[in-house]
Design a protein around this ligand. Structure first.
Ligand SMILES: CC(C)(COP(=O)(O)OP(=O)(O)OC[C@H]1O[C@@H](n2cnc3c(N)ncnc32)[C@H](O)[C@@H]1OP(=O)(O)O)[C@@H](O)C(=O)NCCC(=O)NCCS
Length: 155
């Protein structure tokens, strides 16, 4: 069954609740927090950040951020790069992460995108199996931070 989620714009009204969505402390090495993501977005306008809070019913359960239609350059993967994806510690393993990818893929296909690129920190507990299960394939590249680069064919 597909988990029901909504991608919602971050506003003054929901911002604090969205920032309060956190992964397990042991997962902090795999993903930056929502608050850090806002900082990264502000620091990197060249990456054309696009982000949404993820709600299940009235509850914020996750966060997703992409680089949206950028021209790839050194240190800048794209054109569409899944920059951040996280599900709150108490909400993982219920299909929300998969449902977010489904929504994002539908949006990207509507834009005419042919691939989605992401990267993940390797090692014990890495989310790489989650991405591979969805259909992402390692490109063989490692980015400048030592992260494994993966690609999802949208055609
Ligand atoms: C990785 C993450 C986004 C997945 O979201 P989720 O809602 O927990 O995943 P789903 O419930 O949709 O899981 C789909 C499948 O992937 C598997 N999976 C999820 N996370 C996994 C992980 N870290 N390692 C291995 N498998 C994983 C699930 O077991 C499930 O498989 P199943 O259907 O055979 O049981 C989420 O667990 C998370 O935020 N983790 C911490 C932060 C992180 O690593 N983010 C990615 C940064 S690149």
């Amino acid at each position: 069954m597909t988990a029901r989620i909504r991608l919602v714009e971050v506003t003054d009204a929901n911002c604090d609740a969205v920032i309060a969505v956190r992964v397990h402390p042991a997962q902090d090495r795999f993903v930056a927090s929502v608050e850090k993501s806002f900082e990264h977005a502000a620091e990197h306008p060249e990456a054309n950040p696009w982000f949404r809070a993820v709600f299940a019913g009235d509850e914020p359960v996750g966060f997703v951020m992409l680089s949206w239609d950028v021209t790839p350059a050194p240190g800048l993967l794209g054109p569409y790069f899944l920059w951040r994806l996280l599900i709150g510690a108490g909400h993982q393993g219920r299909g929300y992460g998969t449902a977010i990818l489904d929504e994002v893929v539908a949006l990207l296909r509507a834009e005419g995108a042919t691939e989605l690129v992401t990267s993940c920190v390797p090692g014990e507990g890495t989310p790489e199996p989650f991405y591979r299960r969805y259909g992402f394939v390692p490109t063989g590249e490692v980015d400048e931070d030592g992260e494994t680069v993966l690609r999802l064919d949208l055609r």
